[in-house]
Design a protein around this ligand. Structure first.
Ligand code: FE2
Length: 278
């Protein structure tokens, strides 16, 4: 039996400023939607005005979760306190497991032109919050793309499609789906999504329809539970479809730290301030 997922809620993003003054749109982690377990935050950034992004995100810590940076356009340089460094380029992804803690910077590797993409925060289960930090980095050419009827293309960053195209990111904690989908106007996209996993769509271009509900550019659609999706594009459209297993654990947030209890947050601040951080 197929149970189609429907639109449960549609939310608009909220203009925000983070890092040293980067202008972005906060999509999850906003006053409208605090989180969608296990997704703690989604920021969309996109500007061709250097003053909106040039200041970047100077060194800051993370503990207890994963940050996923997916670049649509432009380049972002990443460096951390353990000596890891690299540049995420257009179409590339970095899935960083902060685990027990890293201090890193994320700075634009360009002084002009378009910079756009997403940062998603994915929670870690309590048993793995203090795991060793780890990076999974893949450039655009390494990420498989499935094309249906010349009208729908799916870039498979994480998760597996019905046609057995496997994403490039490994994650056993939440078995995520992260697909970047392009649909021509008038096309339909059907896929299976694991029952019981939370799922959302963020439309960054065009207009789509699930059932009789419209999602417009810049909107987040939270999907109801089900085992499949059917998405119609009203206009030429681009969106990310993200899904994952909810952790169903208490969440304590303190700035760049996400733990299970307030004590653990206090400990994280203490460890950071006393230099006991990677
Ligand atoms: Fe960060």
């Amino acid at each position: 039996m197929t149970k189609l997922r429907e639109i449960q809620h549609v939310f608009n993003g909220v203009a925000a400023s983070d890092g040293a003054g980067v202008q972005l749109t906060r999509v999850i982690g906003s006053p409208y939607i605090n989180m969608l377990d296990p997704f703690l935050l989604l920021d969309a950034f996109g500007s061709d005005k250097p003053q909106d992004y040039i200041a970047g995100f100077p060194p800051h810590p993370h503990r207890g979760f994963e940050t996923v940076t997916y670049m649509l356009e432009g380049k972002m340089r990443h460096e951390d306190s353990a000596g890891n460094a690299g540049v995420i380029e257009s179409g590339g992804v970095q899935w960083m497991t902060a685990g027990k803690g890293i201090i890193h910077s994320e700075m634009p590797e360009q002084e002009e032109g378009l910079l756009s993409g997403f940062q998603l925060w994915v929670n870690l289960p309590a048993a793995h919050k203090m795991t060793e930090p780890k990076y999974q980095e893949r450039n655009s050419a390494e990420i498989p793309v499935e094309v249906y009827n010349d009208s729908v293309s799916v870039k498979v960053i994480a998760g597996e499609t019905s046609n057995k195209t496997k994403g490039v990111i490994e994650n056993d904690f939440i078995a995520p789906v992260y697909w970047d989908i392009s649909q021509q106007a008038g096309s339909n996209f059907k896929e299976r999504i694991t029952l019981g996993h939370n799922a959302f769509v963020y439309l960054y271009q065009g207009e789509i329809k699930l059932g009789d509900r419209i999602v417009s550019q810049g909107q987040l659609a939270i999907l109801s539970d089900g085992d499949s999706i059917s998405i119609d594009s009203v206009k030429d459209s681009k969106y990310i479809l993200v899904a994952g297993k909810p952790l169903n654990e208490p969440v304590a947030r303190g700035g760049p730290f996400v733990m299970n209890t307030r004590e653990e947050i206090n400990q994280a601040f203490h460890d950071y301030q006393t230099g006991h951080f990677a």
